[in-house]
Design a binder for this molecule. Structure first.
Ligand code: MG
Length: 467
């Protein structure tokens, strides 16, 4: 009964992918209209099978999963009327353009009135969805099922003090400046290297996976036999393109390994954003930045420096203001700042006019630096202009779960980055094949016997940075 809905989702994915890769700019108006209509059609069809889903007596885990996933959607539809969705959609479409200008001019005041409206709508959505402990939990749950403010507080309270200690004690070979940061590379040559790493080293399947170029790297899956990623060639500082390739490939490996039996159903996807992100970060950081992996790709890079030089360059640690440029040690501070701001805004104890000063104060507290202006401070990310309150913490959950994957993999089969197939096989059995059959918390319990345990990530970082 889900196949027609699946077909619409399939079409929307391709239309979205095309916007970000090949569509001529002026096509956006008609494309936006087409996607909005397809989404409405999807909503209608989904509501059309509501009775069947409610009547369904689950006979197995797949039925239970189906019921759980679709009932979450119905709960959202019941709570958030179409008019409110449309209102948010209209404001965020405009706000994204305004935000881009505000960021370029480093002028928060231009963006402020839009952000105020967005926060107000997000608070309304939280209240309509309902919550037990804290309104922000309702928004967290949209991206990470069952994850609450008290879970998030516990994760950050465990992480931050230890990360501060690691940061203080990082050896200076990690904090030194490496010349590759400013060095240019030949884009054509690099694209050949990137393809080689994807297909020959990470063993991505050529008939089910492709790589294109877009301004912001991303992964999309039409279905498990058509998974696509993009990268961006900036032309300098080659670690940027190299590790975005490995990051997106990590997302792709997840999609490629979902059980074929779940195809055409709403279970053919990850149960949460944090779990998906854990796979990209496991491959990018824990595998891709390991000494053994750097040694493996070193000959392909064709550079004069030593393996050690490249290893310290790709693992550099720096107190700097930009989240997307952050390293493994500082990254979670950038998220903690945004978490604090979102939580307080949604509970109503922080005005939008105070975002900028709180952002800068927290940056100072955690990293001992102050952004030069709002462009490299509170305005740096697109998320708030799109109304994605509750999303940022999933990046940290990705790091936390990646640490758990490392710990449990090492214990089960050892950690051997040369044997890529063996790692993929283990990940398929522990995580990927289940799709969304189990909620993210249940899947962690089944596979690891623990949920969101930050000590695994901290142990890994202490081992790596010798701190
Ligand atoms: Mg990602």
């Amino acid at each position: 009964m889900y196949e027609d809905i699946w077909a619409i989702e399939h079409a929307i994915s391709l239309l979205d992918w095309d916007i970000q890769t090949y569509m001529p700019q002026s096509g956006i108006k008609a494309r936006g209209e087409a996607i909005a209509r397809l989404n409405n059609l999807r909503r209608k069809l989904l509501l059309g099978i509501r009775r069947d889903i409610e009547k369904l007596e689950p006979k197995n885990d797949v039925d239970r999963g189906l019921k759980r996933v679709l009932e979450r959607e119905y709960k959202y539809y019941d709570a958030v009327p179409e008019e409110l969705e449309m209102k948010l959609h209209r404001i965020t479409s405009e706000a994204t353009v305004v935000w881009r200008n505000a960021k370029a001019k480093a002028d928060f005041n231009v963006f402020k009135p839009y952000l105020e409206q967005i926060v107000e709508i997000e608070r309304e959505i939280a209240n309509r969805l309902g919550y037990k402990d804290h309104p922000y939990s309702a928004l967290l749950d949209r991206y990470e099922e069952g994850f609450t403010v008290s879970d998030a507080d516990s994760v950050f309270n465990q992480l931050l003090p230890s990360l501060s200690k690691i940061l203080e004690n990082v050896e200076d070979k990690f904090t030194r400046k490496y010349r590759f940061e400013d060095e240019k590379y030949d884009v054509f040559q690099m694209s050949k290297t990137i393809e080689y790493i994807a297909y020959e080293i990470l063993k991505m399947p050529k008939d089910r996976f492709r790589i294109d170029v877009s301004p912001h790297p991303f992964t999309t899956s039409m279905n498990r036999n058509d998974v696509r990623i993009t990268v961006r060639y900036e032309g300098y500082d080659f670690k940027r393109v190299l590790y975005s390739l490995i990051h997106e490939s990590g997302h792709a490996i997840y999609e490629l390994q979902i059980d074929p039996g779940l195809e055409y159903s709403p279970l053919a996807s990850a149960p949460s954003m944090g779990l998906h992100e854990s796979q990209s970060r496991f491959w990018e950081n824990i595998v891709g930045r390991s000494y053994e992996f750097v040694k493996t790709i070193y000959p392909l890079l064709n550079i004069k420096d030593s393996v050690d030089g490249v290893y310290y360059y790709v693992n550099g640690v720096k107190r700097q203001p930009i989240r997307v440029d952050a390293d493994e040690v500082t990254y979670n501070f950038h998220i903690a700042i945004r978490y604090e701001i979102e939580k307080r805004a949604i509970e109503g104890s922080l005005e939008v006019s105070e975002f900028s000063s709180l952002f800068n104060d927290l940056m100072d507290k955690y990293l001992n630096i102050r952004p030069k202006n709002d462009g490299e401070g509170v305005l740096q990310d697109v998320h708030w202009s799109q109304g994605s309150f509750g999303y940022f913490p999933t990046y940290t959950l990705g790091n936390v779960i990646a640490g758990m994957v490392y710990y449990h993999m090492k214990r089960d089969i050892g950690f051997d980055v040369i044997n890529i197939e063996k790692m993929k096989e283990w990940l398929r059995e522990k995580i990927h094949k289940y799709g969304a059959i189990y909620s993210v918390k249940e899947l962690q319990m089944r596979s690891f016997g623990e949920t969101y345990n930050p000590s695994r990530l901290l142990d890994y970082l202490k081992e790596k940075y010798n701190a």
